[in-house]
Design a protein around this ligand. Structure first.
Ligand code: PLP
Length: 372
């Protein structure tokens, strides 16, 4: 009997996907993935570092972790002021939570909807679980096109709508009124993805008290703990109890639980790093504004996250990206990733020293192009 071929067995929508690509970055100034620039081994003050090492050295690696990660949850509630009436579910990064949510609702004909351009995992995970995906274009300023959203909601009846607040890769934030209009129009769930909460004044946790079809998703990744993989979903236990059934029992490992607990107990320290990053963002945006006025850059979109999206002079984004890489600085080139991201580059805000190197290299490159 002939064995089945890959093409026959693997679902078509999986064959059509390209795997999530992570470029090599060894030895580079890494400003491509919205990570916090401060490492623990060298960055943590010595007493804090010792506290962490002591707790890690007591880790019971031979045992399964606490399946409920109870102490981490308590520390999260404390650090993020999450009231007891809300349920809490933890994921191996919020990516895993998106997957759990999708698995819970997937059925033929059902779709996930989000504004576009947005976080690529919403669309990828829809494909993973065999769901359809509907992307609704944002407007020129990367704000919601509310009419288009309401129309798409009415015609597709999405099982889940993902709204990243602030949005990745645009850094923009949608108005409360618009978000509420979407929540009211939606018959399915609306998940507000607050991955960049630490860098904005907006906070949508109160939507949980106002609407019974909302869940709020957060992560420790962008505040300095990307390597730990810890995301959370907050909302009515009636919803979360169902999602819990799909969560693999030990998805939050022993080292992550211990390290996250440590970090959350010293959350003020990580908050102060976010403050520095916000200051760097403002400083860099002032610089971008100047370059924009000098005609070195088409434009940028003021950001409420730890990254900035900008548009280069027509047709130069890929060259600018490559020239920066040549100088040892890795950012993200989004040209070609989405029709609305033509000529666009996204870069993560790093430490003051990194931003200084970036500004210098960037100016040289942009100035060179403008004078060609
Ligand atoms: C980075 C990011 C995430 C993923 O976070 P993890 O917790 O690291 O999986 C989720 N949503 C948005 C919008 C992001 O940019």
């Amino acid at each position: 009997m002939a064995r089945v071929s890959v093409e026959q067995l693997i679902r078509e929508e999986i064959q059509a996907l390209s795997a999530y690509h992570v470029p090599p970055s060894e030895g580079m100034i890494k400003l491509d993935a919205m990570e916090n620039p401060y490492s623990w081994p060298d960055g943590l003050p010595q007493p804090l570092r010792q506290t962490w090492l002591d707790s890690v050295s007591k880790a019971q690696i031979n045992r399964y972790p606490d399946p409920a990660a109870q102490r981490v949850k308590e520390a999260l509630r404390e650090a993020m002021s999450i009231p007891q009436q809300h349920g809490l579910l933890l994921g191996n990064g919020s990516d895993e939570i998106i997957q759990l949510l999708a698995m819970a609702v997937a059925k033929p004909g059902r779709v996930i909807l989000s504004p576009e351009p947005s976080f690529v995992m919403y669309q990828m995970i829809a494909a993973f679980v065999g769901m359809g995906y509907v992307g609704v274009p944002l407007d020129q300023e990367f704000q919601l096109d509310l009419d288009a959203m309401l129309e798409a909601i009415a015609s597709h009846q999405p099982a889940i709508i993902f709204l990243a607040q602030p949005n990745n890769p645009t850094g923009t934030i949608y108005s409360r009124d618009q978000v509420e209009a979407i929540i009211k129009a939606a018959e399915g769930l609306v998940v507000i993805d607050e991955a960049y909460l630490a860098f904005t004044e907006s906070d949508y946790l109160d939507m949980l008290d106002l609407h019974d079809n909302v869940l709020v998703m957060r992560t420790l990744s962008k505040v300095g703990l990307a390597g730990l993989r810890l995301g959370m979903l907050v909302g009515d236990p009636v919803w979360l109890d169902q999602i819990e059934k799909l969560r693999l029992p030990y998805n939050i490992n022993v080292l992550t639980q211990i390290s996250a607990q440590f970090a959350l107990e010293h959350y003020d320290y990580f908050k102060s790093q976010t403050e520095t990053i916000k200051q760097q963002r403002e400083k860099f945006q002032a610089q971008l504004r100047q370059w924009e006025q000098q005609g070195l850059l088409d434009r940028f979109w003021p950001s409420q996250a730890n990254f900035v999206l900008m548009k280069t002079l027509a047709g130069t984004a890929r060259e600018v990206f490559a020239a920066l890489k040549e100088k040892g600085i890795l950012i993200k080139c989004l040209d070609g990733a989405h029709p609305q991201l033509q000529d666009c580059l996204r870069l993560t805000v790093g430490s003051p020293a990194e931003m200084e190197s970036l500004a210098e290299a960037f100016f040289d490159i942009l100035d060179g192009h403008a004078n060609q």
